[in-house]
Design a protein around this ligand. Structure first.
Ligand SMILES: Cc1ncc(COP(=O)(O)O)c(C=O)c1O
Length: 447
């Protein structure tokens, strides 16, 4: 039986070659850290979308390019669909495709918000934010663009459970961990992080920093944030080619004056030529619109030129075009309108204040002396969650007991940790939750 020879890889599209050349010239580290797929990827600048954009600008008489249906008044639509939107919502801001890199007005408004909330960017050039189907998609795109099978992603041991699915299972990369907290559970484990970086000196490494952290609810202090930035700069200076993704999913939910309230992206985006910083953020939690699916990816590297940023944005948009084509225009419009609304900041602050009060009640209840035999509390000062480390009882057994005998749902993580989302508990419910948790632990433990 004859075997056909292995198929040759497809030739590099000239637009991919062009983007690669721009990166290799202006931002060599960003070129080097691209995955094989990342190197191949490009945005079809002469394709249907680009020709359509040209026609929108110049085809004033007739525009026969768009892959939608129109009537004299605008995009064709059904009254039974449109009745779901508030009066005044323009069909062209809902039903027409958004560009693959996102609705321009939304990208602009989000970029302004990022700058305003991140003074440590200090005027450093960064890319325009590219709109993603919320943060999960952004994290997934990072995997596609920067991870090949076998590459390592360094994350804290307390991590969002979707990371391994996203990068290990889907791509074949390896999620490796450093201990988030020191032994005494007093704060960020600087030694652990430094050792993890040192062990990979001189290699390519993707690092993910997630503060406020899921599941612990911890945000680093200003001093810890400074130390993290310095350790990453030292690793970059020692030759490690770093991609540092700041997963800012819970940005803004800070409940303690000690918290670093700026994204680490602000300093990392212009920290070192060997460090490509990526901000992964979005409206999901910040605007309390989990199901709308609007997020952003933004790049920053010291010394990168507009051409290099354009290349990174094009590769990202190309991948979006190749997978989901574009993100819901209706969702982008809703998020944009909220951002521009005069009441936005006030309304958002009111909700964060509700969460802050729940976190404060939780902090008192979970640390009551009468529960000292049941668990240690991981530090928390932000976000939606807190986590306890159970003493002498298996986390999943406790979880099941709480569910079956108390009707109380929690999340078991590994053998010892139980996550409690105080974000969805009323203040008055919190004391009872921890009382039941203790009963559950004692009952599983048999004393
Ligand atoms: C740390 C972290 N990152 C990302 C996400 C994903 O958010 P999104 O719903 O925007 O995809 C979550 C959601 O739970 C999260 O906890």
């Amino acid at each position: 039986m004859s075997h056909s020879p292995a198929a040759a890889p497809p030739a590099l599209n000239p637009l991919a070659a062009q983007a690669n050349a721009a990166l290799a010239k202006d931002c060599p580290t960003a070129f080097e850290v691209l995955s094989q797929l990342g190197k191949r990827m490009y945005f079809p600048a002469k394709g249907i979308l680009a020709q359509g954009a040209e026609a929108r600008a110049k085809g004033k008489r007739y525009n026969a390019t768009i892959g939608i249906a129109t009537e004299a008044s605008g995009p064709m639509h059904l009254a039974c669909v449109h009745q779901s939107f508030a009066p005044g919502m323009d069909p062209k801001d809902l039903y027409v495709y958004a560009p693959s890199d996102g609705k321009p007005e939304l990208r602009k408004a989000w970029a302004e918000k990022q700058r305003a909330q991140t003074p440590s960017l200090a005027g450093a050039p960064i890319s325009h934010p590219v709109v993603t189907n919320a943060l999960t998609h952004g994290l997934s795109l990072i995997g596609d663009l920067f991870l090949d099978p076998g590459d390592e992603v360094l994350v804290s041991d307390l991590m969002w459970e979707n990371y391994p699915l996203c990068w290990e299972t889907r791509i074949g990369a390896r999620v490796v961990t450093f201990p988030l907290f020191d032994k005494r559970l007093s704060g960020f484990n600087q030694d652990g992080f430094m050792q993890a970086l040192a062990a990979r000196r001189g290699r390519k490494l993707v690092v993910v920093l997630n503060f406020p952290n899921n599941p612990s609810g911890y945000t680093v202090t200003k001093a810890e944030a400074g130390a993290i930035v310095n350790m990453l700069i030292a690793a970059a200076a020692a030759g490690t080619k770093l991609v540092v993704a700041c997963d800012d999913a819970y940005y803004g939910m800070f409940f303690d004056p000690q918290c670093e309230t700026e994204s680490l992206f602000g300093r990392l985006a212009h920290a070192h030529e060997n460090l490509l910083a990526i901000k992964v953020d979005g409206a999901t939690k910040e605007e309390f619109v989990w199901g709308l699916r609007v997020g952003f990816l933004t790049y920053g590297v010291k010394g990168a030129t507009p051409a290099a940023y354009a290349a990174l944005e094009q590769k990202t948009s190309g991948l979006i075009r190749a997978t989901i084509s574009n993100v819901s225009h209706a969702s982008q419009t809703v998020v944009l309108k909220a951002l521009l609304h005069p009441e936005f900041k006030k309304q958002q602050a009111e909700k964060v204040e509700i969460l802050r009060r729940r976190a404060a009640v939780t902090a008192v209840e979970c640390r009551k002396a009468e529960y000292a035999d049941c668990w240690d509390v991981y530090p928390f000062n932000s976000g939606y969650f807190m986590c306890v480390r159970l003493k002498g009882a298996d986390a999943d057994a406790v979880r099941l007991k709480l569910l079956d005998e108390h009707g109380l749902g929690t999340i078991a993580l590994g053998a010892t940790d139980l996550r409690v989302a105080f974000s969805c508990l009323l203040e008055e419910q919190i004391p009872d939750v921890f009382a039941r948790l203790a009963q559950g632990v004692r009952s599983v433990r048999g004393r």
